[in-house]
Design a protein around this ligand. Sequence first.
Ligand SMILES: O=C(O)CCC(=O)C(=O)O
Length: 276
Amino acid sequence: MRRENGMFILGNHLIPQGKIIVMDTALSNLQLEQFENDGYLILRGMVTPVACDLMLSIAQKHLQGAVPPLEYEAEVGYPGAPASLEAPGGRTVRRLRGAYDRHECFRVWAEDRRLVAILRQLFREKVCLTQAHHNCVMTKHPNFGTATGWHRDIRYWSFAKPELISVWLALGAEDEANGALHVIPASHRMHIRREQLDDLDFLRPDVADNQPLFAQGISLELQKGDVLLFHSGLFHAAGRNTSAQVKTSVVFAYHGESNHPLAGTRSASAPNVLLG
Ligand SMILES: O=C(O)CCC(=O)C(=O)O
C-alpha cells in the first residue's frame, strides 16, 4: 500500500490515512512457538475493515459478473455438490481463482509488507508467493456450498520440502453457522498411515484410529480482518454455510525462497513471486 498526501492508495482507491491502522508487526517468541507447536496462528484484526470491504466489493462484483477464472462447486464434486454445471445450483462458485492477477486490491494484500515480514520470520528466509495454489477468493455459498473433509493442503502440492503456509483472510465473520474452518492442532507433525486416508487423501470417517483425531478438532471463529496462518501439513475441514450470506475469504499460499516447486508438477505450473 502506498502513501501520498495524507491518503493511502489501495489499487485505484484513495483511503484517508486515519481509517487504516498501520501496524509494524513482528511475531513474538510465543507466537512463533505457537505456530511451530500448533501449526496455525491467528492474527486478529490485521486487515482494516476498509480494506476488507474493498476486497469484498470487488469479489462480489466478480461473482455477479462470473469473471473468470472460476471454480464451481460442481467441479470440486464434494458430497452434496450439484451434479453438473447445468444442474440446479450448478453455477455456484467455490473459488474466484487467480486472485493475485484478478485485482490490485488482492495483490496489495498478498504483498503486504507486514505479512511478508511475519512469513519471513516463520520461514527464516526470503518469502515467495506461489500462484499455483490457493491464490483465490474462497467463497462458501448458502444452499449449494459444500462441506470439506479433513485434509492437508500439501496433499496435492509438490515442493522440495512440505513446508508451506496458507494465509486465510476473513472478509467477514466466520463461525459455525457459515462454515468456519476447523483444525486439528499439532496435526502438521503427525504421522498418518495411508489406510487412514481415502483416495482423495481425506481422513476416512470410518477408521477407528481417526476418531481420536476428529475429537481434537476445534472450530476457529474469525472476525472481519482476522488472518489465519496455517501450515500446509495441518489437517483442516469446514462445514456448510447455513446462514443467508455468502462467506468470503482471500487465500494465498507462500513458501521459503529455497523451497522450490518440483519440475513438471502442477506446483511449478505458475510463476512464484519473490517478495523479500
Ligand atoms: O471452506 C472450506 O470448505 C475449506 C476450504 C479448504 O480447506 C481448502 O480449499 O483447502
